[in-house]
Structures are given as C-alpha cells and as structure tokens.
Design a protein around this ligand. Sequence first.
Ligand SMILES: Nc1ncnc2c1ncn2[C@@H]1O[C@H](COP(=O)(O)OP(=O)(O)O)[C@@H](O)[C@H]1O
Ligand SMILES: [Mg+2]
Length: 444
Amino acid sequence: MSRDRSLSVGERVDRARRLGLTFARVYLRIRSHRFMARRLRPSDMAERWQALHRTNAEEIYDVAVELQGLILKGCQFASARADILPKPYQQVLGLLQDRVPPHDFPVVRELVEEELGRPLEEAFQSFSERPIAAASLAQVHGATLLDGTQVAVKVQYPEIAGLVRGDLKNLRALFRAVGWLERDFDLMPLVDELGANMPRELDFVNEAANAERIASFFEDRDDVVVPRIHHELTTRRLLVMERMHGLKISRTAALGEAGVDLKAVMTTLIEVFAEMMLIRGFFHGDPHPGNLLVEPDTGRLVLLDFGLAKELPEQFREQVMHFAAALLQGDVDAMGEALIVLGFETRDGRQESLHEIAALMLRVAKEIREQRRVDPETVAKLREEIPDRIRENPIVRIPHHLVLVGRVLALLTGLNAGLGAKVDFLKLLMPFVLGVPPARGGER
Ligand SMILES: Nc1ncnc2c1ncn2[C@@H]1O[C@H](COP(=O)(O)OP(=O)(O)O)[C@@H](O)[C@H]1O
Ligand SMILES: [Mg+2]
C-alpha cells in the first residue's frame, strides 16, 4: 500500500488515460444507440436503452472503484441526481455512496495504531474487522471503547491524500485545455473551490470541529442529530464518534415500512439546510444519500460526514438571502440585481441577460411549486422551453463561493425527486427569508 505520497507523472497520465478511454466508450455507445433509435427504430428501443445504461453504469462503477480519489467523488455526486439521471446509473453508482469495496483489516489496524501511537487493543475493548461502510475517503468500523461506549471509527485510506493531489493536478490541466477550446466558460472557479476544499476534507480534526459547530446550531431541535465526537481518539486521519443507527435516506421502501413519514424527513432536511445556508452562513456541503441516515424508530434525521463544509462570507450570505427573498416575492428585477452583485456573468457580459435568466428561474420555481416535484420529465420539459436568447447567452461564470451552494441545491433536488415526498420548497424557505425560522421540530 503506497503511503501518503504524490502520484508520479506516469501514474497521473495512466489515470487520465484509463478515465478517457472509459468516457470515450460510454460516449460512443450512447451515440450508436441514438443512431439506432433514429434510423432503425427497433420496437424494443426502450429496453435497449435500459440495457445500455446498465452497461455504461457498470463500466463507470468499475473505473471509479479502481481509480478512487476524486473520480469516485464525482461519481457519488452524479449518482445522487435522481432528478436527471436514468435509474440504472442511480442504482449502480449509488453503491459508491457507502458500499465501496473496503481495504483489508491489516491496513486499517496499521493506520489506527500509527495515528494513536499504541496498539489498537489499548484504545478499544473491541473493534469489528468488517467495516460498517466504506466510501470515497475512508471506511468506518464499529468499535467499543474501554468503558463500553459504542463508537464508529472513521479510518482514512492511507493513499487517498496522494491520489487526490494527483487528480487535482489532472483536473487543472484538463480544465485549462477545455478553457482554450471553449473560451467562454470560466471553469477555474470550480477547480479553485475544489482545490481549496479537498485538503480540509482530508483533515479529520477539521471535520470534527465542523460537526460540533453544526451540531450547536440544532441543539434545540429533536428531529435532527449529529454524532458526538471523541476528541481524545481523533487525529487528522482517524475520527472516533458516536455510533449512529439508521437507514440510508434513499431506502424509501424500507423507511416507509418502518412507518417513517418521508415528507416530515424531507421538511426537516430543507429547514436544516435553509438555516445553515441562509441564517448561519456555514453549511454541510455534501448531502448525498450516503451521508444522511434516518432512524427507523424515531424518524430522526442523522447528518454524517462534515468534511466538506463551507463558510459563506457575510456579504455573500446576505446576497443569497436577498436572492431568495426576491424569488419568493416573484420580484424578477431584484433577483437579477442579486445575481449581478453576487458576480454571475453571462456570455455577452450584459446585465440584462442576467435579468432574463432571473425571469426563467422564477418560471422554473413556479412550475416546480405547482408540480410539487422535480423528476427527469419535468426537467426535460423545462429545458426544452428555455428561450433562444438565454441559450445563446448562458451563464459563463459562477462565483467560486457559490459552487458548493449549487452543489447542495442539486443534491437536495435529487433527494426530493428520489423520495417523491412532494414538499413545497418555497413555502418552507419563507420563514427563513423573513428572519423568523419556524418553531423547532418536536411538535411535528
Ligand atoms: N457515526 C456513524 N455511525 C454509523 N455509521 C457511520 C457513521 N459515520 C459514518 N458512517 C457510515 O460510513 C459511511 C462513510 O462515512 P463518511 O463520513 O461519509 O466517509 P466519506 O468521507 O469517505 O464519505 C457513511 O456513508 C455511513 O454509512
Ligand atoms: Mg460520505
């Protein structure tokens, strides 16, 4: 097992090639199916598409498991987009959220002992060799402390820091190349934000602090919990926390059978994220289903994985709030102004274009509100209706502080589609925007 070292140039080229070949194969398969659908029109085309999606998803899964690092993280994100992605991708790539093939136990033992500076048995009464789950940066084992407390131990993959550094270099090179070909869109804010966040995500001492800060926001709510941290056993690569018990939020059938009210869970989720983003200016940046559990007996939402958290500078938080207020009031001018002040830019650089985009956003919000859901059909329909003027002048620059806001909104929309909970997003946001957060949980 390679210890924390950067990838050589050769290794980086190898990763890029492996990824490029997969991408090319997936793309060519889609092209050939499109051709078949248009020219040959076989009667079983729908099944053929499903079979193709499955083949593609399996190939992407294999390459993500083999290469790990940022590639795996990217696939986790994609897998959570139930609003736009065909089912087979959601099912196969969804395994990457918490079911990555784990490292062998000797690797885990070695890391734990290195981090604690003593034999595993001196810190834990018992330590299960089989992990509870394994994801992109770490695997998590159940264990018992010397005093009998049940804990979850998050063990960072030893080679992950090197992989991520190499991937960031590759991504920068790729985005620079794309920037030359496609001069319009400024991708650099995306890479800059990623580059700034990744090292923090690999520091579990930082993750522990994030978890406690966010836990403090919700102390008086009884519908959401964050695992408590055991600082004395936590290091940069080892995080020991309260053991939580729950089902992944995307397991809707099992949760429904257990009598959990999914609409109430979704309401909690939206309120909690509205409070973090709009009121506190500090939020969990990675709400994919692997990081959200629901306790079947209490229906409480469990937030996990605080590695990727974001502090919004105060003036950004205020402008995001202005934007949300304008959206709720249906004030297109004020929405456009907020987009301009936030630093969005369109291709033609004209401020009027942002006002047009604001008008489109308002229409989309209304549509979603009426339908009470976002599913692939609604998204496709809305996409077709985009006016040509906006198609020709899309947004070409997103302020880097808002990259994670966009990511969170995308993940929450995906979750809402997956849960089929049909909550009224906008109505839930109203009290936060007015500055009077709703009475806390409990009475629901
Ligand atoms: N405190 C906990 N109690 C129970 N299971 C946990 C706990 N923390 C994490 N897990 C499980 O481990 C998985 C990986 O942990 P996570 O913190 O999300 O790691 P990563 O940063 O690699 O995504 C989670 O998806 C969840 O299934
Ligand atoms: Mg995770």
